[in-house]
Design a protein around this ligand. Structure first.
Ligand code: ATP
Length: 420
């Protein structure tokens, strides 16, 4: 790509908001003052060349990123968090830089570095180096491009590994045959980029997803695997990706009981919940994935994937509710409500999607909001001594409303008189 074309992309406010353009030019100016070669890299360059709005802004310097960060803070304000071991810093931006409002609120500043893996699957050791070495430590050619921004170099594209050509061909290609062995999380990443951009994993790269690299997935920690699965579930196209991951044999390496994703539920992954309940796409994903397993299987997979206790409970609740549906069907609303009351709303919603049992939707949209008019204070005023009868009476009044035995405050009062 010609420098002019690239500059046009960088200056396109549909791809890069103007406040971020200003931020980049401030950083570029400061880097030039310090004679420090400075680049934006990775997803920024990939998305820009794809003509997509840019999300992440990662800045790399050939030199000391911490020193660079300190100079930015001195000149423009804000705060710096430093990670000496990794030679990186996070610049927490001031709310304005030279009068301009800024997004995002913080920015990663990274020292160009070389990585070596002491053990496959372990985290790498890091030493400062050149931008070329930094690009060589990355995952796929499409992520291995940089744009130099300091001074007169502004807008020079570095593409030593043919990233632009692979972007044009729609190929996900690793840099060397040991890439997936060094870091098996890259297998998940390859699947994610492939599905997101409607690309293909290049044939030689695909052949490297073999028994040796897949065995590496077995050694990954639960946190790292779950992070990758969460990222997949967050994608708009996650159904395609989760199917691909299953077909490539990833799941049995994560846990021997982890099944393929049930094709009947795949479409639910790509839709957003329409009800007004707190939801997260990954949580919905795990619920559909594991709902038909036995309790032991769910618990063991939840442990392998380091689920939080809330997530484990929600997934378990889905499986229990689904199994108990045959016993609840045709029950009165008060019986449904009693059975559902303690369960997470999202679990109920997921079972509704899987079963289309209308009582579940009635509970979520109507029944759970039904309350008697009488309150605990009213009962006290009527002279009821404290004790468990309070809760029982209020529950009976609520049940009467739910089941249509009471339809107005007068009828509620009459029922209350019979209960006191
Ligand atoms: P996304 O849009 O998915 O966030 P991104 O390219 O910004 O894409 P990040 O996960 O933020 O992805 O990573 C930033 C860059 O770091 C990537 O572009 C890639 O070059 C590099 N990278 C991330 N993870 C790995 C990895 N496991 N191995 C090698 N390089 C990686």
């Amino acid at each position: 790509m010609q420098k002019d074309d690239l500059l046009r992309l960088i200056h396109d406010p549909n791809l890069l908001p103007s406040d971020e353009q200003i931020l980049i030019s401030r950083i570029a100016g400061q880097a030039a003052t310090m004679d420090m070669p400075c680049y934006v890299v990775g997803g920024f360059v990939r998305d820009l060349l794809l003509g997509k709005p840019v999300n992440d802004l990662d800045v790399i310097v050939e030199g000391d990123a911490i020193k660079f960060g300190r100079s930015l803070v001195k000149k423009f304000g804000g705060k710096l968090t430093t990670h000496d071991k990794f030679h990186t810093a996070i610049w927490h931006l001031p709310s304005t830089v030279l009068g301009q409002r800024l997004q995002p609120a913080s920015l990663d500043l990274i020292t160009a570095r070389k990585e070596s893996y002491l053990m496959p699957g372990a985290l790498p050791t890091v030493t400062p180096s050149t931008i070329e070495d930094d690009l060589l430590r990355r995952d796929f050619t499409i992520n291995c491009m940089a744009i130099r921004i300091d001074g007169a170099h502004f807008g020079e594209l570095l593409d030593p590994l043919g990233g632009q050509a692979d972007l044009e061909k729609g190929m996900i290609r690793v840099l060397h045959p040991r890439s997936f062995i060094d870091d098996p999380t890259r297998i998940f990443r390859a699947i994610r980029y492939e599905g997101r951009c409607d690309f293909n994993i290049e044939p030689e790269t695909l052949a490297l997803i073999n028994s040796e690299s897949l065995d590496g997935v077995m050694r990954l920690s639960g946190e790292r695997i779950r992070h990758e699965l969460d990222l997949i579930f967050e994608e708009a196209n996650s159904s395609k990706m989760i199917q691909r991951a299953g077909n490539l044999g990833l799941f049995e390496k994560i846990h021997t009981d982890l099944p393929l994703f049930n094709p009947e539920y795949l479409d639910f992954l790509d839709m957003d919940p329409t009800l007004d309940i707190p939801a997260s796409r990954p949580a919905i994903g795990y619920m559909f994935w594991l709902m038909d397993l036995m309790e032991d299987g769910i618990m063991s997979i939840a442990e392998r994937l380091s689920f939080t206790s809330d997530l484990t409970y929600s997934v378990w609740a889905v499986s229990q509710l689904k199994k108990s549906l045959p016993f609840l069907i045709n029950s009165r609303p008060s019986v449904w409500s009693y059975a559902l009351e303690k369960l997470p709303l999202l679990s109920i919603y997921v079972v509704y999607l899987a079963s289309r049992e209308s009582a579940l939707l009635d509970y979520l949209s109507i029944w759970r909001h039904v309350k008697p008019h009488t309150t605990g204070n009213d009962l006290k005023a009527r002279g009821l001594p404290s004790g468990p009868r309070f809760g029982e009476i209020l529950a009976q009044l609520r049940a009467a409303w739910l089941d249509g035995q009471v339809k107005n405050p007068q009828e509620e009062k009459e029922l209350l008189n019979t209960l006191l």
